[in-house]
Write a protein that binds this ligand. Structure first.
Ligand code: NAP
Length: 275
């Protein structure tokens, strides 16, 4: 199976409904090489991502092997009535059915990353999660995904997952709030174990940062926007950021943020700007 490196930025496809295919293809044309989706019709149109991939490959923009495709398994309580599996089936069957449906939507025979959208309970990593994770590992072993991840997790979830002896995820994907040091404890947990931390809602969760004078100062010097400073910062602390922009100019700016210069002092300052 081809193994594209994990790209430096992920394009998020949530909440785009019938614009999913056009915006995802546009993101690929702008240079994004990582796409995040989910088999959760409530918030995503995974089949639209498949349409975009097909169009981008047919148009010579990318090959399938050049794109890092990430999707998710979502428990029934995170779904609406448009389920990609039989809710009465055991969880391991639901995972297999959801993956089969994802591969059909995405018109591919493998994804690069398969993520558990969120644990069954906010309180801790339970038996349902262990069963689901084991089923996801079987999908990986069968070659239907290269890598595995978990999303919307607390430190408690991760510690309990580890204590349960389960295989370590390659990715943790969380909403990243500056007021808790940009998810400092989870990022430290990930860094110690070689897990890649994926941060989403970097802009929408942190309006106070975007308006902060220190960010405005750096943005002014770099002839950039506050949003670009935040994305550049996220890279400096080894995060893999997601953007969900629908604006072509922002697509260009988000990718171009890699070129901004941030000193070590500025990285430390931003890291503790709000918490
Ligand atoms: N695991 C989960 O549970 C979960 C939950 C939520 C999201 N996600 C994933 O993360 C992705 C991103 O979600 P998100 O919450 O970060 O994004 P989002 O809600 O789509 O919001 C991004 C916002 O930032 C703005 N933006 C982006 N680049 C900008 C720039 N350069 N300058 C100014 N504004 C800019 C966008 O506005 P414009 O459109 O005008 O640019 C948009 O309002 C989702 O699509 C999804 O794939 C995962």
């Amino acid at each position: 199976m081809p193994a594209p490196d994990v790209p430096a930025f992920l394009y998020g496809t949530a909440w785009k409904e019938d614009r999913t295919a056009a915006l995802t293809e546009l993101a690929l044309r702008h240079g994004f090489r990582g796409i995040d989706t989910a088999n959760q019709r409530r918030h995503y149109v995974e089949a639209g991502v498949g349409d975009a991939l097909r169009a981008a490959v047919a148009g010579g923009v990318v090959t399938r092997a050049e794109v890092f495709v990430q999707t998710k398994f979502t428990y029934v309580r995170g779904q609406d009535h448009r389920l990609p599996y039989d809710p009465a089936a055991p969880l391991s069957t639901q995972v297999a059915q959801s993956m089969a449906s994802s591969l059909q939507h995405l018109d591919t025979d493998y994804v690069d990353s398969y993520v558990l959208h969120g644990p069954a309970s906010g309180h801790g990593w339970g038996e349902e999660d262990a069963e689901t994770w084991a089923a996801m590992i079987r999908e990986r072993d069968a070659g239907r995904t290269r890598l595995l991840g978990v999303s919307n997790v607390s430190l408690r979830h991760l510690l309990q997952m580890e204590a349960a002896g389960g295989e370590r995820p390659a990715f943790v994907q969380n909403r990243c709030f500056a007021r808790v040091g940009w998810d400092r404890t989870i990022r430290a947990f990930c860094a110690e174990r070689g897990i890649v931390y994926q941060g989403f809602s970097l802009l929408t969760a942190n309006p106070e940062v975007l308006e902060h004078p220190a960010i405005a100062r750096i943005a002014g010097r770099e002839k950039a926007t506050p949003a670009q400073v935040v994305f550049r910062f996220s890279r400096a602390v080894d995060m893999l950021p997601l953007t969900g922009t629908s604006d072509p100019e922002h697509m260009t700016q988000d990718l171009a943020s890699a070129r901004l210069a941030l000193s070590a002092d500025e990285v430390r300052l931003i890291e503790s700007l709000a918490g």
